[in-house]
Design a protein around this ligand. Structure first.
Ligand code: SF4
Ligand code: SF4
Ligand code: SF4
Length: 204
């Protein structure tokens, strides 16, 4: 996690709320798309755990009031995620085609996408677990596919004492020691930082 990670969540509120009056703010979504497209082939879902404003919003705002239930495993299936990706991208393209290239209307399409997904992510975060949305978010799915097995966690078996502290802090609810080739690890480093035996590290 970076030092700025906890503060990025404010950007979601700015784009989703202030964007209704200032549609130009919606173009910030393009910065987000561009950044994750560049990073994911090198570091998998690192963007999700370190730079995504909604990820930060989930971890540092929603987590304070979440019911922290188990995320339904079905949401992690690509049979669910790929159709959601195609549906949302298709809907966004359809809406963009209706703007006839008008600057503010294009911005508003992005603002509405941000607002709608933030509402869904917030409700899921409150009633299930903070990062529930991130298990099937279209941008997370894209990084899952592009990132493959880049920058994975490595376990030094001889050091591990099976205390399971790593599992308890994982925001994606992964079983860390069984998730060493898990493409949905968001590289947040929490398991590494909490491990009392320094048994975990990222493999470059
Ligand atoms: S899964 Fe989506 S919302 Fe969650 S951190 Fe990644 S890009 Fe952001
Ligand atoms: S926190 Fe470290 S020592 Fe404990 S189970 Fe995880 S890897 Fe093993
Ligand atoms: S396995 Fe570790 S680095 Fe990956 S998401 Fe879980 S806590 Fe973060």
């Amino acid at each position: 996690m970076l030092k700025i990670t906890p503060y990025l969540g404010i950007l979601v509120i700015v784009v989703a709320i202030a964007g209704l009056w200032y549609p130009i703010l919606g173009y910030f979504m393009l910065v987000v798309f561009g950044t994750l497209l560049v990073i994911s082939p090198l570091r998998g879902r690192w963007f999700c755990g370190n730079l995504c404003p909604r990820g930060s919003f989930s971890d540092f705002w929603i987590a304070k009031i979440s019911q922290n239930n188990k995320i339904p495993p079905i949401l992690r299936s690509l049979w669910i995620r790929v159709p959601i990706f195609l549906l949302m991208m298709g809907f966004m393209v359809y809406r963009l085609l209706q703007t006839h290239g008008l600057f503010n209307q294009i911005g508003m399409v992005f603002v509405i996408m941000c607002l709608a997904t933030t509402i869904i992510a917030t409700l899921l975060g409150l009633f299930i677990s903070p990062r529930t949305w991130c298990t099937f978010c279209p941008m997370g799915t894209l990084q899952h596919i592009l990132g493959k097995d880049r920058y994975q966690i490595q376990l030094k078996n001889d050091k591990c004492i099976a205390c399971k502290k790593c599992d308890k802090v994982c925001p994606m609810q992964l079983e860390v020691r069984k998730a060493l080739s898990e493409k949905d690890c968001i590289k947040c480093s929490r398991c590494i930082e909490i491990c009392p035996k320094n048994a975990l590290a990222f493999k470059n």
